[in-house]
Design a protein around this ligand. Structure first.
Ligand code: AMP
Length: 425
């Protein structure tokens, strides 16, 4: 059998690439409108970065990382998420001192050895933002507003923003102990996965999707009831600012995030129509992360969302994303002389940025017209001996079927006028 893509990975084909281009350009536009600057970091990093940055008790680091030794014996890992790398880049390049609030965004592939299913892959794309330098709840509200604006602007409907507060170093340890005690009393009724990991990461039991765990966790202590005064105030202010911004949100004590570095605000955006993997975006505040990776204490807040899952959601909700015309003009040439003229003509048209393609296989006119249809050309230029003798071409509108013979001199002007007046979506 021929070689296939590795499990959990896939090709993004030309027929679907317009969806990706649409999402990527919207992401860039909206992130920049909110004052974020792009940063690109390596696809692999020292394994230690993720062990320290993401947390060695998380599923991601414990079970899901693609870790390997390079030929020099260093332990490297394909990045499973973006934040730790961005923090490393900020420390290494001294970016944190450049602005009072540093706003960065990224897009790229992430890698996690997970059990693949619809909307869950081993190689997937994430885009995200990180804002460093302020613990002000204004910034939490702005970041959540950005997340909502972006998804709504992309055309996603039935969005639900869910927020929670996980507390900080002052109140979280006592809360976690209470949660652990509760979980231990109900161990017999929890799913195997939760029993296996509750000691290392008790918060994750709260967002387990298994029915038996959900039922048990209804009565579990919630972080919101155990916040210290500062965290309580911070959370109230986040909500106050979200109300001012008219962001439609709900407080959900089960939003906990799977990564160790979150403090205070945690949030997720869920879209209907996605089944089990319905969370398209997740984020929160991480005030201790920079310090734990060797930088000076710097608060931060951000989010990441999966492009794959977002595109699935857009498709599931039937959002109309018209495929752009990949080709404006196809030149169908009959005969060697006509082919030579076609080559020069395509060169001239392309200089005007008209998307042009032509025949290279010397096939019949019928076969060439078939190709023009297949690649959705808007116009076809027909060029044979008769046209060459008269210095003309036949210009055919592929949608209406109308065609007329025009001189080669007027071709460019005519085409530019026709293409501009009805430009492709
Ligand atoms: P996380 O980094 O786990 O907080 O996830 C943030 C977002 O990335 C999620 O809301 C998903 O949209 C996306 N995501 C996470 N894991 C996967 C995966 N294995 N496949 C596809 N998308 C994912």
């Amino acid at each position: 059998m021929s070689i296939q893509t590795p499990k959990g990975t896939r090709d993004i084909l030309p027929s679907e690439i317009h969806l990706w281009h649409f999402v990527e350009s919207k992401v860039q536009e909206i992130f920049e409108v909110f004052g974020y600057h792009e940063i690109r970091t390596p696809i692999f990093e020292h394994t230690e970065l993720f062990v320290r940055g993401v947390g060695d008790t998380t599923d991601i680091v414990e079970k899901e990382m693609y870790t390997f030794a390079d030929k020099g014996g260093r332990s490297l890992s394909l990045r499973p998420e973006g934040t730790a790398s961005i923090v490393r880049a900020c420390i290494q390049n001294r970016l944190l001192d450049t602005l009072p609030v540093l706003k960065l965004y990224y897009t790229g592939q992430m890698f996690r050895y997970e059990r693949p299913q619809a909307g869950r892959y081993r190689e997937f794309w994430q885009a995200g933002v990180e804002a460093f330098g302020s613990a002000n709840p204004l910034l939490d509200a702005e970041v959540i507003d950005l997340a909502y604006e972006l998804l709504a602007d992309l055309g996603l409907k039935q969005l639900s923003v869910q927020i929670n507060s996980l507390g900080d170093d002052a109140c979280r340890p006592a809360y976690t102990r209470k949660l652990l005690e509760y979980i231990e009393r109900h161990l017999d009724d929890l799913c195997g996965k939760c029993v296996g990991r509750y000691e290392r990461n008790p918060l994750r039991v709260l967002d387990c999707k298994e029915a038996e765990c959900r039922t048990i966790m209804v009565d579990a202590p919630k972080s919101l009831d155990h916040l210290c005064e500062d965290c309580q105030q911070h959370f109230e202010q986040v909500q106050h600012f979200l109300n001012d911004l008219e962001v439609d949100y709900a407080v959900n004590p089960y939003v906990v995030r799977g990564l160790d570095y979150y403090t205070r605000t945690a949030f997720a955006v869920v879209a209907s129509g996605l089944g089990a993997q319905d969370e398209v975006l997740g984020g929160g505040r991480y005030d201790k992360l920079v310090e734990s990776l060797g930088g000076k204490p710097t608060p931060g807040v951000g989010f990441a969302f999966g492009l794959d899952r977002l595109i699935l959601a857009l498709e599931a909700q039937g959002v109309d994303l018209l495929e752009p015309h990949p080709c404006d003009v196809y030149i169908a040439a009959i005969g060697t002389e006509a082919e030579k003229v076609a080559l020069k003509l395509s060169h001239t048209l392309r200089q005007q940025r008209i998307k042009t393609d032509m025949e290279f296989a010397g096939r019949s006119l019928r076969a060439q017209m078939k190709t023009a249809n297949k690649i959705h050309a808007r116009y076809t230029i027909l060029l044979g001996d008769n046209e060459l003798a008269r210095n003309t071409v036949v210009l055919r509108n592929m949608q209406s079927g109308d065609q007329s013979e025009i001189s080669q001199m007027e071709l460019m002007e005519t085409l530019l006028e026709k293409l501009n007046c009805c430009s492709s979506p």
